[in-house]
Structures are given as C-alpha cells and as structure tokens.
Ligand binder design. Structure first.
Ligand code: NOJ
Length: 758
C-alpha cells in the first residue's frame, strides 16, 4: 500500500517536472516562431547536400554557404569533415536568429569502426550486441560533429534481388521490431542531450522493401492487412522506442507516394501511433512525385506539407515553392509553423540551442574513434554474425597446422568486407581475411594464396557497377582470367584444405544494387568448380550482402560459412570461426531460395487452398524446382550439436487472461561448448482472415556447455495471438493455436492448445 502511494506520488511529481520542461520548451519555440519571417520558417524545412561531400543521390545542392547565411537551411546531409561541419555551424549561429543546424549522416553499421552490415547484425539475434554496435557508431559519429543518423532502416524484405535487403533485419516483423528498438536505443542512448548520442531516423516509411521484382525505386502494391501485420510493425517499434525522426520512402503506398501520403504520415504515424518527432523526405522524393504523376513542383511540395512532411531532403521544393503556395492559399501559415515547430523541437531537445557546438569537441576525435575497445567489439560482433550453413564430416574448424590454399577475389580484399554504406571508415584498420588467417593460425600453418578469379567478368555487370566508382571487381593490372585460375589450381594441389572466399563486391548490394540473378558470379563459380575438381576438401567462405542461390555449392563443397560483409575486423572474426576460437551461432533472418524464380520466398507465408502435393498435378508448385528453400529462416549450424527434448505446456485449455508456459530441455550433445538460438513460432489455424503458416513470437540465445543441458521457458499471452483484422483492429480470436519450438523455422516440434474467452 505504502509502496503504491510512493509510486503514485513519484509519477505525479515526474509528470509535473515533464510538463514544466515542456512548457519551457514551448515558450522558447513560440517566442522564436514569433520572430521568424516566413522565409526563415521555410528555411528550417530545407535539408541540403553540399557538393564535395559524399554524394548519395542523383543531384547535389548549390550555394550552400550563402543559403546558410540567408537562413535557408535547417540541416546538412553527409558532411564528412569536422572542420567543414564546424564552419557551417559558425555561419548558422551568426545569422539573425542564431538557429543551429542539424548534421545528418548515413551512419548505418558503424562510423569509422565498421560493424557487419545490418543483415549480418540481425543474424546475431543478439539485441545487446546490436545496441552496442549502434552505441559505438553514435560515439564515433558524434565525435566527428554529426548529431543525426539516417538509421535504422527497418524495411521488411522478402525479395533477395533487392540490394537494400543488406540494410535491414530481414523478413520477419517480430524480429525486425526487436532489432529496430535495439538500434534506436543504441543511437539515442538514455538522453538525446548527451553529446555522444545521435538522433535516430527510422526509414523508409513505408513498404520500401516490397519494391516489385526486387528492383530498387520500383512501385509497391499491398493490402492494408498485409501492411499492418507484416510490414509496418518494425516502424512502429522504432516509434514506441522514442525515435526522434522518420524518413519517408520513394515508393507509393496504396497508390499515393509515401512522401505525400496523408493517410500514412498523419492518420497512421501521428494520429494512430502518436509519433511527435519530425518527418523528413528521402533524397529528392518530394520532386520525384512529379514523375509519379502527382503534379508540378509547387503542387507536390504543397501536397507533401499538407500530408505531414516536415523537412525536404535536397530537392528544395519546399524552399522554392511554399511561399507562393501560401500566397495562393494552397497551404496555410499554420501548416508551415507546424512543420517548423517540429524541427525546432528536435534541435531544442538535443540541447543545440543551449550549445550549438556541443558535438564539435575536436578532442574527442583522438579518444573516441577506432580505439581498442571499439575494434574488440567489432571483432566479437562480426564473429557472432557468421552463419555456418554446412559442415560435412566436421571439415570445420580447421587445424592450426598443415597447408591451406586460400583462394578467391575476396580473400585478400578490404573494401568489400566493409559492405554498403560506409562513408568515413578507417580503411587502414580493416583486416583482410588473408591477414586475419595469418594472425590467428599461428606459425604451424602454411598459407598459399591465389586470387583465382575476378569478382565478375560479365561486361554488362561491370558497366553498371562502374557507376559506383572505379571497378573493384577486376584487378586492372592483374593477369588474364586463365592465368588467375591456373595459379589457384597450382596452390590448391599443394594444400590439405582449400578455403575459397567468394561472393559479392560491396557495390553489388545496397542502394541501387538490385540483381536479377542472385548466384555467385560465373567467373567465381568457375574457380570453385576447379577447386572442387582437385578432390581436396573445400570450405566456401561467402562475403555478400544478400541471400544467394547456392544449390550447386551446397552439393559440392564440404563446408559453407556465410560471413556477410563483416566490417573492419571481419578478417579476424572469420579466422576466429574458421579455426574454432569462436564456435559459430548466427542464424539466418532471411530465407535462402534454391532458385531465383522462387522469389518471393519467406517462411511466414499465407496458406493456399491447394498446398503443394508432389503427387497431385493441381497443387501449388513448380515443375522444375521444389517449393522449399535451400536454407530456411532461422537456420544456422554450430560446431557442436543440440538435441531438443519434448515440449512441455503448462495447460492445454486456456481462457482470456491466462498465460501459457512452454518449456523444453535443450542438450548440448557435441564435443564443445556452444550457443543455440531456440525459436518459438505460433500458428492460428482458423481466423477471420487467413493467417501465416507460422510466425516467430519469441527466441532465446543460450550458451550450453558440452554435455550439459538447459531448460528454456517461454511465456505466451493473448498479446502474442493478436493480429490486425480486416478492419485493421488489433484482435485475438479464440480457438486452437499451434505452438512450434525448434532450431529453425523448418525443424520444429509442435503442440496445440485451445484458447477461449473468459
Ligand atoms: C537515399 C536513401 O534512400 C536513404 O536511405 C539515405 O538516407 C539518403 N539517400 C541520404 O543519403
């Protein structure tokens, strides 16, 4: 009783403090808005990308310095230099109203110390590690003067052809929501006024990952039920975690471009979800509403503002047309004030009015960037992101003795290990796989290296990749393709085991990097065939940013390690796994198809009226390829083995507020200690709308010592049974529910319960 009174008093007291703080902020911003001209207000809605900085879109902004002086800039994008950032802030705070700038950057998976690409980070299934990577990224970026990151990208992706699948957490909305939260917490920390934090920006609202045919910037068409159940939850999770800003997507949502979509930006994001931060467009996505067919620049800019957009990235539609729209009555001063207020509120909450230079302490560059602690974290996190896809005859871990042939165009390469979206990495600190193996193997291993192949010899692909900069795929001074291959065969013949490092260059995934064929490029496959033909054991180490089709590789190699683009310390982390200093435990968060023609292929699909029956012609299947994937969602092996005991349920019949406990004993039956990610899925077999065959609802990552066992317990409540029905109401419907527990989404055991209302 006394405890409850104390809690109540505490809540009332903190509510008063909060409202006092809010009142203080509102008074400050009201005062400022009163003094601002309409031009100055519109200026705050303008985000510029100065030329000379890293260009991440089709155009750049001009006369930036003058625009800052004239109060026509609210924020700057991808400023790479501390000195330039500082100078820009000095100019801004010397303007009439002294309003500081925001400095935004794509800090996606590390800043100078690079962590695995987000798809790799998700494969750790370890929220504490993901949060730590984001925390370190925030520390390093803020030491460079950056205070806002365009991350996390939480777009659910079911199509591995889409290059940006690399930037998200994969195909599952529940796991994607956990990852979204971990990123936001890591970037924003406890308090945004702390100068070692970044304001996060969840993107791309919404459905960007559902681009038709996996082609970037393509159109999207989706039912609202699918949006609410499978695509929107991670954005909402970021909002619930307190993300400060949201970025819109390039695509249409229900026929209207997201950037000008009032239903999405106001009805859903603000009114339904209660988001009170600011919304920024994607790079020129206001202007891109013109080719979408929504009108001229003045019309689309007014449409976007009216829909709820607050800041215009690069395109300057707001800057150049809003005043005219105001004069013509197409927007109101209140519309402009509302957007301006949100931008000013963010600056206020970050403490920039109190100290515009709080992120510009040059001393931190010496202590807070790429230090030993950050590198150690990068190595550990990269090791946790690696997924063991195959390990025949315990080919792995390798002995720390004998001769290894290390071949492949990605074996002695650094840039490709960093992956997509690295704007200011410390390239000198990147450890190649060749260097990592040499460091970890010790003196008793002889390593014979040969490049063996170019990343791709395909002239069309080489020409499209050249748009990302000088070709990484071919060594211009290197020998002919035949000579490369011969050199690899010579070293392979002398070795006990072959380690072939193959996959994709950094430019082959990420933005504007869709592929219609998601296999390993032919030049590298030729190398792999030659290695297999030597009859020596072959370990395939994959460096890539998306699921690949690996049917032949799976049939013909002895072991396969999926290492993604693992970042600065990838070389060490991969060597740690190859030699067994770390026992791999990562699991896939995306399905790996057998064939590109199966796409979209994802584990939580809806049921069909004619499920696959190999003996019945009129069922849902292909003539040439089975329906199932090569590696399912949640899949990943270990150097040890785990055995699951029987499922234990606390009850079989439940009502309303009951909770169900599901437990299972997992035993490490192999020879070494290892971690297992034990997954729980649910199926709702009969409901008012068709529900997926299975949906992830929980998991545990456990370290189990060899020969030991642990009991895992999950609690399920009616919250876990809920879905959005055809009225978009979040409901649970009584009846039977099937519970699955297992080591991946395919290999599970099941039990069913009956859950009725009170
Ligand atoms: C376009 C991308 O879609 C977005 O993710 C990124 O944050 C911006 N460019 C800024 O670089």
């Amino acid at each position: 009783m006394i405890k409850s009174i104390v809690i109540l008093l505490f809540c009332l007291f903190s509510a008063r403090i909060l409202s006092a703080q809010d009142a203080e902020r509102n008074t400050f911003i009201d005062g400022l808005l009163n003094e601002m001209t309409i031009e100055e207000k519109i200026g705050q809605l303008n985000l510029v990308a100065p030329g000379g900085f890293t260009q991440t879109g089709p155009t750049v902004s001009e006369d930036v310095e003058e625009k800052i002086r004239n109060g026509q800039v609210g924020a700057i994008l991808n400023s790479m230099s501390f000195d330039v950032t500082k100078k820009a802030q000095e100019i801004a705070v010397n303007t009439r109203l002294k309003i500081p700038l925001l400095f935004g950057m794509d800090v996606i998976h590390g800043h100078s110390t690079i962590f695995p690409i987000p798809l790799g980070l998700a494969s750790t299934w370890d929220m504490a590690l993901i949060e730590r990577s984001a925390r370190i990224a925030a520390v390093e970026a803020s030491a460079h003067g950056i205070n806002w990151t365009f991350s996390p990208m939480v777009d659910i992706a079911r199509d591995a052809r889409w290059g940006r699948i690399a930037e998200g957490a994969g195909e599952d909305p529940w796991l994607g929501s956990q990852v979204a939260r971990a990123f936001v917490n890591g970037f924003q920390g406890e308090n945004l006024t702390d100068p070692s934090t970044l304001m996060a920006c969840v993107k791309h609202m919404a459905l960007y990952g559902a681009s038709e045919a996996g082609r970037d910037y393509n159109t999207v068409d989706m039912s609202r039920v699918a949006m609410f159940n499978y695509f929107l939850p991670p954005y909402k999770a970021a909002i619930d975690a307190g993300v400060g800003s949201v970025m819109t997507s390039f695509n249409v949502v229900d026929g209207i471009p997201a950037t000008g979509n009032k239903w999405l930006l106001t009805d859903v994001l603000r009114d339904r979800w209660g988001f009170d931060g600011f919304i920024v467009s994607d790079y020129t996505s206001v202007n891109e509403m013109i080719p979408h067919g929504m009108g001229d620049l003045q019309q689309v800019s007014a449409l976007a503002l009216k829909a709820g957009l607050d800041m215009d990235m690069v395109g300057e539609g707001f800057l150049t047309t809003l005043k005219k729209s105001l004069e013509e009555g197409k927007v109101t001063e209140k519309d402009i004030d509302t957007a301006c207020r949100r931008v000013l509120e963010a600056k206020y909450m970050m403490g920039l009015f109190a100290d515009p230079f709080k992120y510009l302490d040059s001393g931190r560059l010496q202590t807070d960037v790429v230090n030993a602690r950050h590198l150690q974290a990068a190595r550990e996190i990269a090791a946790h992101s690696i997924v063991l896809l195959k390990n025949e005859n315990q080919t792995l871990p390798l002995e720390k003795s004998g001769t290894i042939a290390l071949v492949g165009p990605l074996a002695d390469n650094k840039d490709d290990l960093l992956g997509t979206w690295v704007l200011v990495p410390d390239r000198n600190r990147t450890v190649s796989i060749r260097e990592g193996i040499a460091d970890v193997a010790g003196g008793n291993v002889e390593i014979l290296y040969a490049r063996g192949a170019n990343i791709t010899d395909d002239p069309y692909m080489q020409s499209t990749l050249r748009l990302s900069g000088p070709s990484q795929e071919v060594d211009p001074n290197g020998p002919s393709t035949e000579k490369l291959l011969d050199e690899a065969v010579i070293v392979a013949r002398k070795a006990d085991v072959i380690v072939a490092v193959l996959g994709e260059s950094f430019a082959m995934s990420g933005e504007a990097a869709s592929r219609a064929d998601i296999g390993i490029p032919e030049s590298q496959q030729e190398l792999l065939r030659a290695m297999v033909n030597t009859g020596k054991p072959v370990v395939l180490v994959l460096v890539n940013g998306r699921p690949l089709t690996l049917t032949w590789e799976n049939e013909n190699t002895d072991a396969i390690l999926e290492t993604w683009a693992g970042g600065t310390e990838a070389g060490h982390a991969i060597a740690d796994v190859l030699f067994g200093d770390y026992n791999p435990a990562g699991k896939l968060t995306v399905t790996f198809p057998r064939h590109v023609g199966q796409i979209p292929l994802y584990y939580n699909h809806l049921r069909t009226g004619r499920p696959m029956d190999p003996n019945n012609k009129y069922t849902s299947k292909y003539l040439d390829v089975p329906n199932d994937p090569l590696f399912p969602f949640g899949y990943g092996l270990s150097y040890t083995s785990f055995e699951y005991g029987e499922l234990n349920l606390s009850k079989k019949e439940l009502t309303g507020n009951d909770s169900l406990t599901v437990s299972v004993i997992i035993r490490n039956t192999g020879g070494i200690d290892g971690e297992e990610i034990a997954q729980l899925y649910l199926q709702d077999p009969a409901a008012s709308i068709t529900r997926p065959v299975k949906e992830l609802k929980n998991f545990r990552k456990l370290m189990i010592k060899k020969g030991e066992q642990q009991e895992v317990t999950y609690t399920i409540t009616t919250d876990d049974l809920k879905f959005y029905d055809s009225n978009l109401d979040l409901v649970w419907e009584p009846g039977e529910f099937i519970i699955y527990v297992g080591t991946n989404s395919r290999d599970v055991q099941s039990a069913s319960v009956n859950w009725i209302r009170n």
